[in-house]
Each structure stands twice: as structure tokens, then as C-alpha cells.
Design a protein around this ligand. Structure first.
Ligand SMILES: [Zn+2]
Length: 366
């Protein structure tokens, strides 16, 4: 029987549902669907507004969101992050080759590729986070000492512009393609389309994933990092913060049985909120710990404030992931836990951090 993988989507996948920065659990990957090759000829010069006059596609809530003026006018749309994201979307939708099918096709190819890819990696568009990643991974391994193979795949928009890789993606994940030759044919058509576009696939949104998987995989997309940097947050901090949040989800996978916290929670939604708040708590603990990443609270507070604003902005009815206040409070308490340990410099075991969090949990969510 196939082993069930659990995914926690922290970003990207959920952006279309506008629940960014609120991870979500999902059992296994949805089966590959038959991808219809984008009808690029037909839609090449289609304007975004023409799209909106068409019936809504079932799989996207993006259109709904943009059609709903009340939502667009939400005050949180004006946060720095909201502005950056809106800019990405606008740019994509105004692109001459814009097409929802093509958009979805690229997002899925790149997501599945980083999900199943095993091999050499680089982080950041030009590998600018390679050294940092190596350092942080070493630190986190030592810091939490979780007994499992954890590995990080970088996601890049350029993967969708590389003939060999694109053909790999198509051959592996597009069921309408039967062999390598057909994969090349499709890849070449897409590359031609890419030539005429400044968004497909260069827009940061095509590498916007941040998720974790029970297999030990972590994914951080360049686009996700870039969007955070564009709001004025330091890239090294953003990278480290996302990585350490995701890392804690691995601790949750590892200790799932012995911690057994799911029994104490009302249901999947509550479990999700609980897991996210704990990941924020533990990330803040590591980020500020003297033997961890040694950021001071002021510095990481900016990051948490930013990501939570976005979370709030995009989660309207999904508050089970934790409100901004709850998430900031969780992070702050994680910081305080590290701060009290500074004198001794000890690093608590994952289970100790877990139980410390448990003690605070009901205060955080009240
Ligand atoms: Zn998460």
C-alpha cells in the first residue's frame, strides 16, 4: 500500500485561495490531472477583462477575489505585502500571453517538480542563499536534533525556461504527453511563448511555494523570498525565518505520536491552527536563541508582523490558522522562552519546547 504523505502548505499553493502564510495540511498530493495544453494561439492577445466576462473556472478563487470589489477594497490590501502581491498579479494578468490555464499549468509543473526533485540544489535566483542555507541547515540539525532526513529544495522561475527541465516536468507530470519527443515539442511551444512574455515564467509568482512534506522535504521559492524582500525585510532573515518555521513542522511529524496533541484538539481546523502557532513559536525560539540564529526580537518582529498581516489579509474566513495577534503572540512567547534560557545558554529539547508551548496555547488563542 502506498505510504501516505502529509503536506503542509505554507504558501504558494494556497495563495489562490488567499490563505497565504497559513499552512494547511493535505493528505498526499492530488493525483496528476490531465493537463490541457494551454490554447495559447487562441488566447495570446486576450485581455484580462475578457477573461472576467467568462464563467469562473472552478479551481480558482483568484478570479472570484478580483471580481469581488468588497474584498479588493479590504484595508489589508494596502499593506506593503498586499501591494507587492497585487503588483505581481496585475502584471501577470496584463501580460499578452496571460491565460489561466497556462498560469495553472506552470504553477503545477513547478510545484510538482520541486516536490519530486532529488539532487543538487541552489537557493535564490543566482544561488545567493546557498551559503546561508548550508549554515542554517547545519545549525537547525544541531539545534533540534530531529532524527530524520530533512532536505530543502529551492524553487526557481528559471526552471520553467530551461528546455531540458521543462521537458522533464512535462514528461513526468503531464499525462497528455506520452514520450520524450512529445515533451520536447510541448516544451518548445512554451519556450516560444516565454520569449514573448516578461511574466511567463519570470514573475516571482511562478516560484512562490513554501511548504513541507512528511517525507522530510522543505521547499522555499525564490519568488516568495523576493516578495518579502520587496517589502523591506532583509532576505537572510526571511530565508531563515521560513526555513525554521518549516523545520518545526518536521519536528511535529517526527513526534506526532509521542506528543499526541491532536487528541486534545477539536478537529482538523483546530489542529491546523495549533500546528502553525507552534511552528511560529518554535521558529522564534530558534531565531532568537544565542545558540540558534541569534537575531534580536526587534528584527524578527518585523518579519512576523509582515507575514501575519498577509495571513490576516488573506484568511478572511480561515481564522483557524491563527489570527495575526495570535501568531505574533506565539512568536513572542517563543522568543521569551529563548530569552530566559540565555543566561544558561541551554537549548531545550523539541519536546520541552512543545510542552512549554502547550502551557501557553490556551492563553494565545483566548
Ligand atoms: Zn507552517
Amino acid at each position: 500500500m502506498k505510504k501516505t504523505d502529509v503536506y503542509i502548505w505554507c504558501c504558494g499553493m494556497l495563495l489562490f485561495s488567499f490563505v497565504l502564510q497559513s499552512c494547511s495540511r493535505e493528505e498526499a498530493m492530488p493525483e496528476n490531472q490531465n493537463h490541457q495544453f494551454p490554447a495559447e494561439q487562441k488566447t495570446k492577445n486576450k485581455q484580462a477583462n475578457e477573461y472576467f466576462s467568462k464563467p469562473e473556472p472552478v479551481t480558482f478563487s483568484l478570479s472570484e477575489r478580483f471580481q469581488n470589489e468588497a474584498l479588493v477594497a479590504e484595508p489589508c490590501e494596502t499593506t506593503d505585502f498586499g501591494i507587492v502581491l497585487s503588483g505581481y498579479f496585475e502584471s501577470i494578468m496584463n501580460d499578452p500571453v496571460f491565460d489561466f490555464d497556462l498560469l495553472n499549468y506552470y504553477l503545477e509543473l513547478n510545484r510538482k517538480y520541486v516536490t519530486f526533485y532529488m539532487g543538487d540544489n541552489y537557493y535564490g535566483e543566482n544561488g545567493e542563499y546557498n551559503q546561508l542555507a548550508a549554515k542554517r541547515i547545519r545549525e537547525l540539525e544541531k539545534f533540534w536534533n530531529i532524527d530524520r532526513d530533512i532536505y530543502l529544495n529551492g524553487q526557481h522561475t528559471s526552471l520553467l525556461n530551461d528546455r531540458e527541465i521543462l521537458a522533464d516536468m512535462i514528461e513526468s507530470f503531464d499525462r497528455t504527453v506520452r514520450n520524450r519527443t512529445e515533451a520536447y515539442q510541448k516544451a518548445d511551444l512554451l519556450l516560444e511563448l516565454n520569449e514573448t512574455s516578461s511574466n511567463f515564467p519570470e514573475n516571482p509568482y511562478f516560484a512562490f511555494d513554501g511548504f513541507t512534506r512528511s517525507s522530510g522535504l522543505l521547499v522555499i521559492g525564490d519568488g516568495l523570498l523576493q516578495s518579502i524582500i520587496e517589502t523591506g525585510i532583509d532576505g537572510d532573515l526571511a530565508f531563515t525565518a521560513i526555513l525554521s518555521h518549516e523545520w518545526w513542522h518536521q519536528a511535529q511529524f517526527e513526534y506526532a505520536e509521542s506528543w499526541d496533541f491532536s487528541d486534545q484538539l477539536a478537529g482538523p481546523a483546530e489542529f491546523s491552527r495549533y500546528s502553525e502557532l507552534e511552528a511560529d513559536y518554535a521558529a522564534a525560539y530558534y531565531l532568537t536563541h544565542k545558540r540558534g540564529a541569534t537575531f534580536n526580537w526587534k528584527r524578527i518582529e518585523e518579519y512576523f508582523k509582515l507575514s501575519f498581516n498577509v495571513g490576516d489579509c488573506l484568511t478572511e474566513s480561515m481564522d483557524h490558522h491563527g489570527t495575526p495577534t495570535q501568531r505574533l503572540l506565539a512568536a513572542q512567547l517563543g522568543y521569551e522562552l529563548a530569552d530566559t534560557a540565555h543566561k544558561k545558554g541551554a537549548i531545550l529539547e523539541p519536546s520541552q519546547v512543545h510542552y512549554a508551548f502547550l502551557e501557553d496555547y490556551y492563553d494565545i488563542i483566548k
